[in-house]
Design a binder for this molecule. Sequence first.
Ligand code: ATP
Ligand code: MG
Length: 171
Amino acid sequence: MKGMVHVYTGNGKGKTTAAFGLALRGIGAGKSVYIIQFIKSMEYSEIKAFKKYFPFVPIEQFGRGCFIINKPEKEDILEAKKGFERVKELLKRKDIDILILDEINIAIYYGMIDCAELIEQLKNRNQEMEVVITGRYAKKELIDFADLVTEMKEVKHYYNSGVKARDGIER
Ligand code: ATP
Ligand code: MG
């Protein structure tokens, strides 16, 4: 069966949680799931949950924090490039049903990964693989290429009334 390319983007909440939700659904169906996170390095609660309850799901992080302030530093770029090298290997694999590339849009947005090169790699991937790409600021080229694009649009967010990130809800 042909795998699809999903993009979850936009400024509203729910992109990463949607990707992990899909991972959960895939696991339930006996699919093999592989998760790569760009930018992030913290052990978010969803990572803790997967490590504890689904230890057979590989999760690799290529990042140094939660977000990039102003512009990426040399180490950020190195991490992103290392992550992209891993993604290239994984896209060829026959034993992965669902590959999640969390926040890769951010790495592209900051110019740390070349969007055209990613699209090229997606074209040449194991065609049965479902690939989920998340993060704000998805590039138009990627949106045009993807089979499914969902924009999480912020209509209201409690951050605007000063609520801080909470464990188990935002992280
Ligand atoms: P989630 O991880 O909850 O599914 P997301 O992946 O859609 O959200 P991101 O854009 O990746 O959201 O942002 C990471 C986290 O920062 C999210 O939990 C989100 O709720 C939170 N966030 C969103 N807007 C802001 C803001 N203006 N200031 C601080 N944090 C925010
Ligand atoms: Mg996210």
